[in-house]
Write a protein that binds this ligand. Structure first.
Ligand SMILES: [Zn+2]
Length: 252
């Protein structure tokens, strides 16, 4: 069994050698079933020693020092923190930094990880956007904060929306559906809907003026692809977590 973590990277960031980024998969790592293999979430039923080993493997493969990572607590809010020090940041779901050598993370299992880089002002951001955060437009608010605090212009922002639960697998009830425009809902039986959450996020980015050419999205569905991804909707408490990371390399 290969223990080197398989990490996804996005082509949109290829032109920028100062960016380090990646999104983990289940492949690689040392966790046993049902958390196999590369579970990076400590708040799961997995053995902490296995998760810690997976994190060491993941950060090593990514090329970032673990003591320079920022971990948001993730409470399905629309709260965004501007950070310049590593560690756990309570009560927020998005992080922004302009400090080279600091790396922002989010953990997901169906929710969408969103990676943002401002090429002109050298600022990076990461967002955890599930349905609650998306209903509050956390992605749009993060872009908006980049504009006001970091003078970001939309045409200099480059964005990757990672894999998450896609519309064919995302059944929601009418209560949840109320938060979303009809164009992102399709009827599913008598009283349910299917939600195109990635579509909602892409619209929020477009509404902030980010050109389509600056946005990459991963169409993979975490719910159907059990080999590559954890899915909370599929596996509940037996689900591990993937991790997305982005940061700006220190000048040498
Ligand atoms: Zn699916």
């Amino acid at each position: 069994m290969e223990i080197k973590p398989l990490i996804k990277r996005f082509d949109i960031f290829k032109p920028f050698p100062r960016i380090i980024h990646g999104f983990s998969t289940r492949k690689g790592g040392v966790s046993n079933p049902p958390f196999d293999q590369c579970n990076l979430g400590l708040r799961t039923g997995d053995l902490p020693s296995a998760v810690e080993q997976n994190r060491r493997l993941f950060f090593t493969e990514l090329g970032v020092p673990q003591q320079q990572i920022v971990f948001p607590e993730q409470v399905h809010s629309d709260r965004i923190k501007i950070v310049d020090a590593p560690g756990i940041v309570p009560q927020c779901d998005a992080l922004i930094t302009a400090r080279p050598g600091l790396f922002l993370s989010v953990q997901t299992a169906d929710c969408f990880p969103v990676f943002i880089y401002d090429d002109q002002n050298e600022a990076a951001a990461i967002v955890h956007s599930g349905w609650r955060g998306s209903a509050k437009n956390i992605v749009g608010k993060t872009v908006s904060l980049l504009k006001t605090r970091f003078h970001s212009s939309p045409e200099n922002l480059f964005v990757a929306v990672g894999p998450g639960v896609q519309k064919q697998c995302y059944q929601i009830d009418p209560e949840t559906a109320r938060y979303f425009p009809e164009s992102f809902l399709s009827p599913d039986g008598a009283d349910h809907f299917k939600l195109n959450l990635q579509g909602v996020i892409l619209r929020q980015l477009a509404d902030e003026g980010i050109p389509e050419a600056n946005i990459e999205y991963d169409s993979d569905c975490t719910h159907c692809n059990a080999e590559l991804y954890y899915s909370y909707r599929r596996d509940g408490n037996k689900s591990g977590r993937m991790m997305g990371v982005i940061g700006i390399r220190q000048k040498t």
